[in-house]
Design a protein. Structure first.
Lengths: 515, 614
C-alpha cells in the first residue's frame, strides 16, 4: 500500500498532537499504557519526517520558488528549507520524548501530553507552507512551552518563565504585525497566503510600509535570540525541563530564522539600508559579545544556554551576507547550520541533564573527574561538544565554515571578528568539558558518590544521544542530504531578494572580486 | 587516471577510520584486541603506502560532496611525488610506533581508547597528505588537532595533562582562525580551492598578495608549533610517550611543513622572508632552551621545536624540497629518540628526570645503542640521516646570502650538539643516580624491535638506504637536493657542522660529567640556566588570558545584565506589562498563568481586528 507524501506529512504533524490530546484528557491512564502511547507520538514523526527528506525529489526541474509537496487544503506543505528542519525537529522530538519518558514527574500524563503538543506545533511550523498557518503553529507550540517551564521547570523557573513569556509574546506580536502588513501589501487573501504567494505578491507590490522589514526582523529575531533581544533565552532554557530546552533551543527557536529567511530576506529587504547595518552589528554582537559572556559562565547549563545564543550569530550572518552579496552560499550554509545546531544543542542539553542527575549540580566548580566514573557519558558529551564547536565530521562544521567562506568578499576585519568564534567557542567549550569530566573529582562530587553511587548513562539516554549525534554525523559525512532540498530554495530566495538588494553600505564588498 | 590506484588510496585513508570506529564502539574493554587491530591496520597501511611509492605514478580523484551556492564542497586526492614520500614516511614510522605502544601501554586500563585515538589520528594525518584542495586539508587539519587533544588528555585525571590538552587545541585554533581567513581569501581571489587550479592561477598572476600566504601561514605556525604559537608543544609531552613520538615529533607537527610545501606557490617573498628568519631564530632559541630541561621528554620537545624551525627556515629560503627531506629524516631519528626515551622511562619505572638517571648504557644496551645512533644523526654526524638534510639547509642559507639566518642556524647546530651530549652523559653514562635507575631493565621486544628498525636502520644509514633500497623515483622530490650538495671540507656547512660536533658534543660530554646528580650548568651559572628555563611567552599569554580576556568577558557579561537585561527590559520593557497589570488589577511579575492567558487573548483580538479591518 502506497501512502502519498502529503498524507504522511499530515500524519507527521497531527500524530503528536492527537496523542497529546488523549494524554491530557486521560490524566488517569495507567503508567505503561500512557508511556507506550506517548512513545508512538514521539517516534512516528521521527520515522516519517526523515523519510520525507530522503524521498525529496530534485525540484530544480520545476520553476516554482517554493516547491510544495502535497497541499492538504489550507494546511500542510513542505518546502525545501522546511524539509530538513522538519526531519531535525522530529529527531530532536524523539530524543526529547525518550528523555521525558524516563523522568519521574508529577502529573506525568499531562507533562508528556504538553511536550507532544510542543512537538506537534514545532513540526507544524515547518510542515506548512502557509505563512499565517506557520505563525499559528509557532504560537501553538509556545503556550505549552511556558506552561511546562512554569510548572515543571527547575531553579528560578517563575521569573524565567515570566521573562520568556513577555519577550516571546512581544516578539510574536511584532512579527505578527509585520506578517499581516506584508500579506496585506502583497494583496493576497489570508486563505491563500503561502510563502510563495506572499513573496510573489510583494515583488509586484506598489507600496510596502517602511517598518515592515524591521517588524519582521526584530520580531522574529527576538524569537531566535538576536542580540540585544536575547535576554530571555539563557534563563529560559536553563529553567525549563530538559526535554523542553531541547525542543525549544534546538527546534522551535528556528521558526524565527525560518520566517526571517522566507519572508524578510526574500521580500522585505532586511539587509539593505540602515536596517541591514543594524542587522549586521547585532549579528556580530551575537558572535562576539555573547561569546565573551559565555566565557564568564560558571554553570554548565547556563553556559550551554548562552552558547546556544552565541551560535545563532553565524546563522544570522549567513542570512545577512546572502542579502548583500546576492549569492546563495551564505543562505545554504545558514540553513545547514540551523539543522546541525538543532541536533548538537539538543544533545548537549540532554547530556548536561545526565551530569546533573549524577552530580546534583550544574556548577562547574562542583563537578570534575566524571569521565572516570561515567566514560560513556563523557564520550558522548565530548562528541556533542565537538559537534557544537564545529569539528569536521559533524554537521555544524559545514554550516560554520560555509558562513565564513560566504563572507569572503567582506572586509578582512569583519571576517576575522566572525571567525573568532572558532577560538572563543573552543575556549569555553573545552573549559566546560575539562571542568566536568577531567581532572580529579571535586570534593562535593566525591561525597555525593560516596552517599549514593551513580552509574554510567542509561540505555534510554544513550539511545537518545545516539540518534542526535548519529544524525549530525550523517549530514557531516553526506552533506547533500540537506543541501539537495535547500539549494533550490536558497537560489530562489536569492533571486527574489536580488532586485531589492541595495548597493552595499560601507560594510559591503571592499573590491569586486575577480572570478 | 588508473582507478585501482584510487581504490588503493581509499583503503589507505579509510582503513584506520574503520579500525577506530570498531575499537571505540566494541573494543573499549578488550584492550589487547584493540591494540593489535590498530597495529595491524597501521602495518597494512605502511605496506600499501610502500606499494604506492613503488608505483611512482600520480593519482588524482575528486568528487563533489555538496554545493553551497556557487561554492563546491569537494573531496579528492592529489597524490604527487611529495605526497607519496610523506605517505610512506608517516605510515612507516607510525606502524613501528604502534608496535612500540603495544608493549608500552600493556598495563594501561584505557588501551581501547588509546588505540582508537591513534587510529583516528592516522585517518586524520593521512587525509592531510592526500587532500587535493584547501577545504579538505582544513577538515583533516581540524581532525588532527582533535585527535592530538584526546591523546594528550589520555591521563585525564591529571591536571597538567588536562591543561596541556586544552592549550594544544586552543593554540591550534588560533592558528586555524588565520587559516580559515586564508582559505576564504583564496576562494575570493581565485574562485577555487583546488591545489592544481590554484597553482595555475598563481602561475598566471604576476604577484601573489602577501595576505594570502600570511594567512595560510597561520595554520602552519599553529600546527608546526612555530613562534609565536610554539607554546603548546612542550606541554603536549603530558601525553603518553608513543603519542609524543608519533604526533608531536614525527608526523603532525611535520604536517605544517608539508602543507607549506604544498602551497609554496601562494607564498609571497615577504612571507617567505618572515618564515625563514623566525624559523632560524626559533631553531637557535629552542636548541638552547633544551639545555635547561630536566625532563627528558621536554628536552626532546625543545629539540623538535628547533628542528621544526630549521624546516620552516628551509621553506622560507624557497627550498621546500630541503624542508621535506629534513622532515623525512627527522621523522626517523626523532621518533627513535622519543621511543628510546619511552623505553628509558619504562625501564626506570616512570622516572622522567634525567638527573636521576645515569649508567643506563649497561642496563639497557639495545635502547642505548639505538638512542646514541639517533642522537648522532640528530647532531648531523657526516653520512648519518640528519647530516644530509640539516647541512643542506645550512648550506642553502649560506648561499642565499642571509647572514643572520646562517648565523642562527650555526648557533642551532651548536646547541643541538650541546643538548645531545648533555642527554647522553646524564642518561646513559656515569653511574645510576637513583634507585629507579639502578634497577632499570631492558624493555620487551615489542619496544626494542621498533627502536632497532627505526633507529639503527634508518637514522644511521638513512641516506644510503633510502637511495638504494627504495624503488627508483621514490625520492624524486628530494633527489635534486641530494645531488646539489657539495660535500667538501671547505663548505661552510661542513665547517660549522664539524666545529659544533667537536666543541659541542665532546664539550658537553665532558662538562656534564663534572657534577653528579645535578645539572652542571645550573650549578655553574644558575642565572643562565634560569634564563633558558623560564618560559617568557607562556607568562605573556597567561597574563593576556587572566588580566585581559577574562576581565573583558566578565565586564561584557556584567554590562549585558545591567544595561540590556536590567535597564532596557525591566524598566522600559517592563513598563507595558506594568500598565496592563495596573489596568487589569493584577501584577504581571507574580508569574501567574492567567497573565499569559491575557496576553494570548490580546494577541487573538489583534489578529481578529486585522482580519476584519481589511
Amino acid at each position: 500500500m502506497e501512502f502519498s507524501p502529503a498524507a504522511l506529512l499530515t500524519l507527521t504533524v497531527t500524530a503528536p498532537i492527537i496523542v497529546g490530546l488523549i494524554l491530557v484528557a486521560g490524566r488517569a491512564l495507567p503508567h505503561h499504557f500512557a508511556s507506550g502511547f506517548a512513545f508512538v507520538g514521539f517516534a512516528l514523526p521521527a520515522v516519517l519526517a526523515p523519510w520525507l527528506l530522503l524521498r525529496w525529489t530534485d525540484p530544480t526541474t520545476t520553476p516554482a520558488q517554493f516547491q510544495s509537496v502535497g497541499f492538504w487544503g489550507f494546511g500542510f506543505g513542505l518546502n525545501g528549507l522546511g524539509a530538513p528542519l522538519l526531519a531535525m525537529t522530529a529527531l530532536v522530538g524523539l530524543a526529547a520524548g525518550i528523555k521525558a519518558l524516563t523522568q519521574e514527574v508529577e502529573g506525568r500524563n499531562t507533562y508528556l501530553g504538553l511536550i507532544l503538543f510542543m512537538l506537534g506545533g514545532t513540526l507544524g511550523v515547518f510542515g506548512t507552507d502557509h505563512l499565517v498557518g506557520c505563525y499559528f503553529f509557532h504560537e501553538f507550540a509556545l503556550i505549552p512551552t511556558f506552561i511546562l517551564t512554569l510548572f515543571w521547570g527547575g531553579e528560578g523557573r517563575r521569573p524565567a518563565a515570566m521573562q520568556m513569556a513577555i519577550y516571546l509574546t512581544a516578539g510574536a506580536m511584532a512579527s505578527l504585525a509585520g506578517i499581516l502588513i506584508a500579506v496585506d501589501a502583497a494583496g493576497v487573501a489570508y486563505g491563500a497566503a503561502t510563502f510563495e504567494n506572499v513573496a510573489n505578491g510583494l515583488q509586484t507590490a506598489a507600496h510596502i510600509p517602511a517598518a515592515t522589514g524591521a517588524l519582521v526582523l526584530f520580531g522574529l529575531g527576538t524569537l531566535a535570540s538576536l542580540f540585544p533581544f536575547h535576554s530571555w533565552a539563557a534563563p529560559g532554557y536553563s529553567a525549563a525541563p530538559t526535554p523542553v530546552s531541547m525542543l525549544h533551543a534546538g527546534a522551535l527557536k528556528k521558526f524565527g530564522l525560518y520566517g526571517i529567511i522566507l519572508l524578510g530576506l526574500s521580500s522585505l529587504d532586511i539587509t539593505g539600508g540602515s536596517l541591514g547595518t543594524w542587522f549586521l552589528w547585532f549579528a556580530v554582537a551575537n558572535v562576539l559579545l555573547v561569546g565573551l559572556i559565555c566565557l564568564a559562565q560558571r554553570d554548565l547549563k547556563q553556559l550551554l544556554a548562552w552558547s546556544s545564543v552565541a551560535h545563532m550569530g553565524p546563522i544570522f550572518l549567513g542570512i545577512w551576507v546572502c542579502g548583500v552579496s546576492g549569492q546563495a552560499d551564505g543562505l545554504d550554509a545558514a540553513a545547514f547550520l540551523m539543522v546541525a545546531h538543532g541536533l548538537s544543542c539538543a544533545a548537549l542539553f540532554l547530556l548536561a541533564n545526565a551530569v546533573r542527575a549524577r552530580a546534583s549540580s550544574y556548577r562547574l566548580d562542583e563537578l570534575g573527574g566524571l569521565a572516570a566514573r561515567t566514560p560513556v557519558l563523557a564520550t558522548l558529551f565530548i562528541a556533542a561538544t565537538m559537534a557544537s564547536i564545529g569539528l569536521p565530521g559533524f554537521g555544524n562544521f559545514w554550516g560554520e565554515m560555509g558562513v565564513f567562506l560566504a563572507l569572503r568578499a567582506q572586509p578582512l576585519w569583519l571576517q576575522a571578528l566572525v571567525a573568532s568564534t572558532v577560538v572563543l567557542s573552543a575556549v569555553y567549550a573545552l573549559r566546560a568539558v575539562a571542568a566536568t569530566f577531567f581532572g580529579p573529582a571535586s570534593a562535593p562530587l566525591e561525597q555525593r558518590f560516596a552517599a549514593a553511587p551513580f552509574g554510567d548513562l542509561g540505555w534510554a539516554e544513550r539511545f537518545a544521544a545516539f540518534i542526535l549525534l548519529g544524525a549530525s554525523l550523517m549530514i557531516g559525512f553526506v552533506p547533500s542530504l540537506v543541501t539537495k532540498s535547500v539549494n533550490p530554495v536558497a537560489a530562489g530566495i536569492t533571486t527574489l531578494a536580488q532586485p531589492n538588494a541595495k548597493a552595499p553600505t560601507q560594510t559591503g564588498p571592499a573590491a569586486p572580486a575577480p572570478r | 587516471m588508473p582507478s585501482d590506484l584510487t581504490s588503493l588510496v581509499h583503503w589507505i585513508l579509510f582503513l584506520p577510520l574503520g579500525a577506530a570506529a570498531l575499537s571505540a564502539l566494541f573494543l573499549r574493554r578488550a584492550g589487547t584486541l584493540a591494540a593489535w587491530l590498530s597495529t595491524g591496520t597501521a602495518f597494512a597501511i605502511a605496506g600499501l603506502s610502500l606499494l604506492l611509492l613503488g608505483q611512482g605514478s600520480d593519482v588524482t580523484w575528486h568528487v563533489e560532496l555538496a554545493r553551497f551556492g556557487g561554492v563546491s564542497l569537494g573531496f579528492g586526492y592529489l597524490i604527487d611525488a611529495n605526497a607519496r614520500l610523506m605517505l610512506f614516511v608517516v605510515s612507516f614510522v607510525a606502524a613501528w610506533i604502534h608496535l612500540f605502544s603495544v608493549g608500552y601501554m600493556k598495563e594501561d586500563p584505557a588501551r581501547g581508547r588509546f588505540f582508537a585515538g591513534l587510529s583516528i589520528f592516522m585517518f586524520s594525518i593521512l587525509g592531510i597528505v592526500v587532500a587535493d584542495n584547501l577545504l579538505m586539508t582544513f577538515i583533516y587539519w581540524e581532525l588532527v588537532g582533535f585527535s592530538s587533544y584526546m591523546l594528550i588528555a589520555h591521563y585525564f585525571d591529571k591536571d597538567f595533562a588536562v591543561a596541556a590538552s586544552k592549550k594544544a587545541f586552543i593554540v591550534n585554533r588560533v592558528g586555524d582562525l588565520g587559516f580559515i581567513l586564508g582559505i576564504a581569501m583564496c576562494l575570493s581571489l581565485y574562485g577555487t580551492l583546488d591545489f592544481t587550479a590554484l597553482r595555475d592561477h598563481a602561475a598566471a598572476a604576476k604577484t601573489i598578495p602577501v595576505a594570502v600566504g600570511a594567512l595560510l601561514m597561520c595554520g602552519f605556525l599553529g600546527k608546526s608549533a612555530q613562534f609565536p604559537l610554539h607554546v603548546w608543544l612542550t606541554d603536549a609531552m603530558a601525553g603518553p610517550t608513543p603519542v609524543s613520538a608519533l604526533i608531536h615529533a614525527a608526523t603532525m607537527v611535520a604536517a605544517g611543513v608539508y602543507f607549506m610545501a604544498r602551497v609554496s606557490f601562494l607564498l609571497a617573498p615577504d612571507v617567505l622572508q618572515f618564515i625563514a628568519i623566525s624559523g632560524a631564530g626559533m631553531a637557535a632559541l629552542a636548541g638552547l632552551c633544551a639545555l635547561a630541561q630536566t625532563d627528558i621528554k621536554k628536552s626532546l620537545a625543545y629539540s623538535t621545536l628547533a628542528h621544526l624551525g630549521i624546516m620552516g627556515c628551509a621553506i622560507g629560503l624557497g627550498r621546500p624540497d630541503l624542508a621535506l627531506m629534513h622532515m623525512a629524516m627527522h621523522a626517523f631519528f626523532k621518533a627513535t629518540l622519543f621511543l628510546g626515551a619511552g623505553s628509558v622511562i619504562h625501564g626506570c619505572h616512570h622516572e622522567q628526570d634525567m638527573r636521576k638517571m645515569g649508567g643506563l648504557l649497561k642496563k639497557m644496551p639495545l635502547t642505548a645503542a639505538t638512542f646514541i645512533a639517533a642522537t648522532l644523526s640528530n647532531c648531523a654526524v657526516p653520512f648519518l640521516a640528519g647530516w644530509y638534510s640539516k647541512d643542506a639547509i645550512i648550506e642553502a642559507a649560506y648561499h642565499g646570502g642571509h647572514v643572520a639566518i646562517f648565523a642562527f642556524l650555526a648557533l642551532a647546530a651548536l646547541a643541538t650538539c650541546l643538548y645531545s651530549g648533555r642527554m647522553l652523559r646524564l642518561v646513559f653514562l656515569g653511574e645510576a643516580n637513583s634507585e629507579a635507575a639502578a634497577h632499570a631493565h631492558e624493555s620487551p621486544w615489542t619496544m626494542t624491535l621498533p627502536l632497532v628498525v627505526l633507529g639503527l636502520v634508518y637514522s644511521v644509514a638513512g641516506g644510503f638506504l633510502a637511495s638504494t633500497l627504495l624503488p627508483a623515483g621514490a625520492l624524486q622530490p628530494i633527489k635534486p637536493a641530494l645531488d646539489a650538495l657539495a660535500f667538501h671540507l671547505t663548505a661552510p656547512s661542513t665547517l660549522v657542522g664539524l666545529f659544533s660536533l667537536v666543541v659541542g658534543l665532546f664539550g658537553a660530554l665532558k662538562f656534564y660529567g663534572t657534577v653528579r646528580g645535578a645539572d652542571a650548568l645550573q650549578v655553574v651559572s644558575p642565572r643562565t640556566y634560569h634564563l633558558l628555563e623560564h618560559r617568557w611567552m607562556d607568562g605573556l599569554y597567561r597574563w593576556y588570558v587572566d588580566a585581559v580576556q577574562r576581565r573583558i568577558a566578565e565586564l561584557v557579561a556584567f554590562l549585558d545584565l545591567l544595561l540590556i537585561n536590567g535597564v532596557a527590559v525591566r524598566w522600559l520593557g517592563g513598563g507595558v506589562p506594568a500598565v496592563l497589570g495596573f489596568l487589569t488589577g493584577r501584577s504581571f511579575h507574580r508569574g501567574q498563568t492567567r497573565a499569559y492567558g491575557l496576553w494570548i487573548v490580546v494577541g487573538c483580538l489583534l489578529l481578529v481586528w486585522f482580519l476584519l479591518a481589511r
